[in-house]
Design a protein around this ligand. Structure first.
Ligand SMILES: CC(C)(COP(=O)(O)OP(=O)(O)OC[C@H]1O[C@@H](n2cnc3c(N)ncnc32)[C@H](O)[C@@H]1OP(=O)(O)O)[C@@H](O)C(=O)NCCC(=O)NCCS
Length: 341
């Protein structure tokens, strides 16, 4: 149905924060019964970042947000809404988003977290676009931030080698020029809840909590390899676009073999996937904004590109969204532009 007063959303700023502490696979060998060779071959990871005690989820989210605001040349006081995708922050409450709001100096605007495992950023971005397209909010901060490595003291090698810490943020601004979200899909299958569980019920001090990590990596691997292509197909169908219309697929960076397997199933050259898992490991909700930032800053992703972001994670959850980063010159060529506006 044709709607009036179409509103579009453009990503005008992007920023990240990654802890300075780099932990290589050789460093991991010192504390776990693992090898660089195993980690590289089975996951594609070479190194990751470990947050210090001061580098909380909210701290990293705040730094990423400030960088994104600077890039967008937007003041914190101009932001209408803050959404943070995060698995589990240091506090049950307040939300990371509320801490970020205060830290950046925004006042009285709504702020909330979205918990969707590693799909947190795609869930948050898709949600942000809904508020934007209705015209309710004009400038939204969307953040993915995670600090998972603090659980490693109690986790086994299978889990510990996979993850890293970091945060990425974007500023989304309303525009009347056609661009932004073309289509998306979100999903969850709670019957897979036991495949990844970070169980904090046994103690308030999470560092002392027993039986913290429950993880069935093989099941998640199979699920992820299957759902990645399916979610991409659904988001493209919603957009009335095909893979040929997409310049980059930015997948959640969980395991290079998951991405390779999905690429093969989808019949897409691996070079179309933006991959940086070797540098950061799996940073959960932060992985897609980290990759987007890196791609844009390096010039590999062009400001006019169309990107397909796709994620999966604990829950089990998944999500994919097609985003046209800048207005196209001839909107007639992209009739689906209007369906989400
Ligand atoms: C976890 C994961 C890397 C394991 O890879 P895999 O190829 O499935 O490996 P397996 O679990 O079959 O284990 C193979 C062997 O390696 C061993 N192994 C597991 N972790 C190891 C490590 N860090 N170092 C060395 N050996 C390891 C296992 O004990 C097993 O040994 P065995 O054959 O003697 O029993 C892979 O399943 C995965 O990436 N899963 C999804 C990741 C995920 O869930 N991310 C979070 C949500 S996005």
């Amino acid at each position: 149905m044709e709607r009036h007063n179409k509103r579009y959303g453009k990503i005008t700023g992007w920023g990240i924060y990654t802890p300075p502490k780099v932990v290589t696979n050789f460093d991991m060998e010192k504390n776990w019964d693992t090898t660089n060779e195993w980690i590289v071959q089975r996951t594609g990871i070479q190194q990751r970042r470990f947050a210090s005690e001061e580098e909380t989820t909210a701290f990293m989210a705040t730094q990423a947000a400030l960088n994104a605001l600077e890039k967008a040349d937007v003041q914190a006081s101009e932001i209408d809404l803050i959404i943070v995708g995060t698995c589990l922050a240091e506090d049950f409450t307040p939300s990371v988003a509320c801490i970020v709001q205060s830290a950046i100096g925004a006042k009285n605007i709504p702020a909330f977290d979205i918990s969707a495992g590693c799909s947190g950023f795609v869930y948050s971005l898709s949600t942000a676009y809904q508020f934007l397209s209705t015209g309710l909010y004009q400038r939204i901060l969307v953040i993915g931030a995670e600090n998972l490595t603090r659980f490693f003291e109690r986790s086994d090698r299978t889990f510990a080698v996979l993850f890293g810490d970091g945060a990425g943020a974007i500023v989304l601004e309303q525009t009347d020029q056609p661009c932004g979200l073309q289509g998306f899909t979100l999903g969850a299958d709670g019957s897979g809840q036991d495949d990844i569980r970070l169980n904090t019920s046994s103690g308030l001090n999470r560092f002392d909590a027993g039986h913290l990590v429950q993880f069935n990596g093989r099941e998640v691997f199979k699920f992820a390899s299957r759902i990645l292509g399916k979610a991409c197909d659904q988001a493209l169908a919603q957009s009335n676009l095909s893979l040929d219309d997409v310049d980059w697929i930015i997948p959640h960076q969980a395991n290079i073999r998951i991405i390779q397997s999905a690429a093969k199933n989808m019949g897409v050259p691996i070079g179309k996937f933006y991959i940086n898992i070797d540098q950061y490991g799996n940073t959960s909700s932060a992985s897609i904004p980290l990759a987007l930032f890196e791609g844009l800053e390096s010039g590999r992703i062009k400001p006019t590109d169309t990107v397909l972001m796709v994620a999966f994670g604990a829950g089990l959850t998944w999500g994919a969204c097609v985003v046209q980063l800048a207005p196209v010159l001839n909107p007639q060529l992209h009739p689906a532009q209007h369906s989400w506006a």
